[in-house]
Design a protein around this ligand. Structure first.
Ligand code: AMP
Ligand code: ZN
Length: 671
């Protein structure tokens, strides 16, 4: 590859990967397989190493930081990060407008912006490169969170060319999109972890994490809205917003220039309703005097600028009666409290339930009492929450609600692990919602993805005493006559189900491992474990020290795995599943057919394969004497083609009459 070609390739790979990052992190809708993404990232990394002169500091290779900063360094802000004056009603806003008119006359404009509900961040750029990112802290000094902020894709690490000064500061709000918030919170439920109450907490918790590899996995975004330069570059705030957008910053498209206070009110009225359609949380509007000269004239109070104010939306809140606190038991045994409310209309929907998260929320924060009247609020999220209690309506003799000490489903005494907010029912072998939940998890789309078998069927089959363990699912075929006699399922659907179950025995080890539902072993962790330990016996025998050596496995996950395998019933279940023919070995080990069968032959692998990673196929080829080459030419013998292969490659191979084979055909060549 010539330097010019390398430069081109680096640029096109960077652009492509950035788009994928955006799809993944911002839209939460990836359009590329993780594997292909990793390969491309690897290729880019290798090229950047060889041609550092073409490497872009903003490169996707720079975004996934793996380095651990033990403590954040405190940094003093060059310009203090002040707060804004708040108003909640129109009169106060009219007063603000009057104060300004008194000071600078009637000739001025406002910029209206949404007030994003995240956490503020101050970024410093030097010569167009991101130098530092600091949280607001106490306004005078904050935490240096640069390593974490570098993982935020919409924050440029290098600016586009522009008329910016050598050094400047820019401020904005880091936040998490609601979609991503829901996806990640659901993942946490699946993994048996405690959920975050709202996107802001999730975002701020994330930015303060010590492990920036984990930060990179949690999609954050950032709107920038204040530019600070030593010498004034622009006459107005509005101009600066246009400029920073051109330099590459993410600005919010809904900001408006308003010439009258009536326009401001219209802006407020519009967003008071429309904000629920935004996809991220806002809690008000920020109104800023546009001209910098006029801002200077107006100056500051001790706490905030006189030229700006925040108008806070009244959250849609209603008062209703608490009927009862009930409890849900998840598949991991985590017990979550739910408030059952007297039905009430809120933001267009009838609300009957609200999440209470955990015992501390019930007993410490809200201190709920029986028959309490509570204020319920709905943010952008789907599930409403209880904000506070109307103490005036509490009866003198009302009893405090005590978090239950036994499992609502099976009566077992609940346990709480040190440092965890959730209570767990430890009776995982005898607690119906856990038993059913575990089987439902196992058959789920991301795990074994069994055709013809759904959550309701699992529930029914459990109630009819056909199944109580995963392994019972694989014995169902022995009971097909009884199933037919049940009268609940048609013959065809029973056959479909049994077919689907039989086929699922071919699902790779990593899916089986995820399906087992070990706490904290989510999809990705299962994949890493399968790749590292290769089979279940090695995993089961691994010590804490061995476990944490695997990619991305920390102590918390390791301890949970050790705990799981200590349980004799779990070990027996694994043995049974093994005898039923499920996969407990990572495929590459099975095909350890080292031979000379492919010697003298050249191969290229392209596309995605269901059973193998491309690295695994490459190993198979090389272990059997075959040679991998990097480009398609007339000398190539075989193209091993999977799904989603590039059409250009395919066309070229066809033109040159190269044998195009599948992974199965490759394996056949070895037998
Ligand atoms: P408060 O914390 O209520 O005093 O509000 C001030 C905070 O609002 C600032 O520190 C920013 O973090 C945040 N904020 C959100 N959106 C904006 C915006 N468009 N302009 C200025 N500040 C904003
Ligand atoms: Zn229980």
């Amino acid at each position: 590859m010539s330097p010019a070609e390398a430069k081109n390739r680096i640029e096109s790979l960077s652009a492509e990967l950035k788009q994928h990052n955006y799809n993944y992190y911002v839209l939460a809708m990836p359009t590329i397989a993780d594997y292909d993404f990793d390969k491309k990232l690897e290729e880019l990394g290798a090229l950047e190493k060889e041609y550092p002169e073409f490497a872009d500091p903003d490169s996707p290779t720079q975004m996934v930081g793996g380095d651990l900063t033990k403590d954040f360094v405190t940094v003093k802000h060059r310009w203090p990060m002040l707060s804004l004056g708040n108003t909640y009603n129109e009169q106060e806003l009219l007063d603000f407008d009057q104060r300004i008119r008194k000071a600078i006359g009637d000739n001025f404009e406002y910029v209206c912006e949404l007030k994003f509900d995240g956490l503020s961040i101050s970024l410093t750029y030097e010569n167009g490169l991101l130098l530092r990112a600091v949280t607001r802290g106490d306004g005078i000094q904050g935490d240096d969170v640069t390593t974490n902020v570098r993982t935020i894709n919409t924050i440029p690490k290098r600016l586009r060319p522009g008329n910016y000064p050598d050094e400047f500061e820019i401020r904005g709000e880091v936040f998490m999109h609601l979609k991503a918030f829901e996806r990640l919170n659901n993942e946490r439920i699946e993994n048996g972890e405690v959920t975050y109450a709202n996107p802001r907490n999730f975002a701020s918790g994330t930015l303060k994490m010590q492990d920036s590899a984990e930060v990179a996995r949690r999609p954050l975004d950032c709107f920038l809205y204040f530019l600070y330069t030593e010498k004034l570059l622009f006459k107005t705030h509005w101009e600066s917003l246009q400029a920073i957008k051109e330099w590459g910053f993410h600005t919010n498209e809904h900001s408006r220039l308003c010439t009258t206070i009536d326009d401001v009110f219209k802006f407020i009225a519009h967003w008071d309703k429309k904000r629920f359609e935004l996809g991220y949380d806002t809690d008000g509007i920020v109104i800023k005097v546009n001209s910098y000269a006029q801002q200077q004239e107006l100056g500051f109070t001790a706490k905030s600028p006189r030229w700006a104010i925040a108008y806070k939306f009244k959250a849609e809140q209603v008062e209703t009666e608490l009927l009862e606190v009930s409890y849900q038991v998840g598949r991991t045994g985590a017990v979550t409290p739910v408030a059952n409310l007297k039905p009430v209309l809120l933001a267009g929907t009838t609300v009957k339930r609200a999440t209470l998260h955990n015992a501390d929320e019930v007993e410490k924060r809200l201190k709920l009492h029986e028959g309490d009247w509570v204020y319920v609020e709905k943010g952008g999220e789907i599930i409403p929450k209880i904000i506070s209690v109307n103490l005036e309506k509490r009866k003198a003799d009302a009893k405090p609600i005590v978090y239950r000490t036994t499992c609502p489903a099976c009566g077992t005494t609940l346990e709480r692990k040190e440092g965890e907010a959730a209570f767990y029912c430890p009776n995982d072998e005898g607690c119906p919602p856990q038993i059913v939940g575990k089987m439902q998890h196992f058959i789920g789309r991301k795990a074994m993805n069994i055709d013809g078998l759904g959550d309701e069927t699992i529930e029914t089959l459990y109630q009819k005493k056909f199944i109580s363990h995963i392994s019972d699912i694989y014995d169902l075929h022995k009971h097909s006559d009884e199933l037919k006699q049940l009268g609940r399922f048609g013959e065809k659907s029973i056959n479909n189900m049994l077919d689907g179950i039989e086929k699922s025995k071919q699902m790779p080890f990593e899916k089986v491992l995820f399906g087992l539902g070990i706490r904290y072993v989510g999809e990705t962790v299962a994949r890493k474990l399968a790749a590292y330990f290769k089979n279940i016996d090695r995993l089961a025998a691994a010590s804490l020290e061995e476990l944490v050596l695997a990619d991305e496995i920390g102590e918390r996950i390791a301890l949970s795995i050790i705990d799981w395998f200590k349980d004799e019933t779990h070990r027996q279940e694994i043995e049974k599943l093994k005898s039923q023919g499920l996969q407990f070995v990572t495929i590459e080990k099975e095909v350890n057919l080292a031979s000379e069968k492919l010697s003298g032959q050249t191969f290229i692998i392209s596309g995605v394969f269901e059973k193998f990673s491309r690295d695994e196929l490459k190993d198979i080829i090389e272990q059997n004497g075959g040679k991998m080459v990097s480009s398609i030419s007339a000398k190539l013998n075989y193209l091993v083609a999977g799904d989603n292969m590039g059409p250009a490659k395919l066309e070229k191979a066809q033109k040159l009459n190269i044998s195009i084979i599948s992974d199965e055909e490759l394996l056949k060549m070895l037998t």
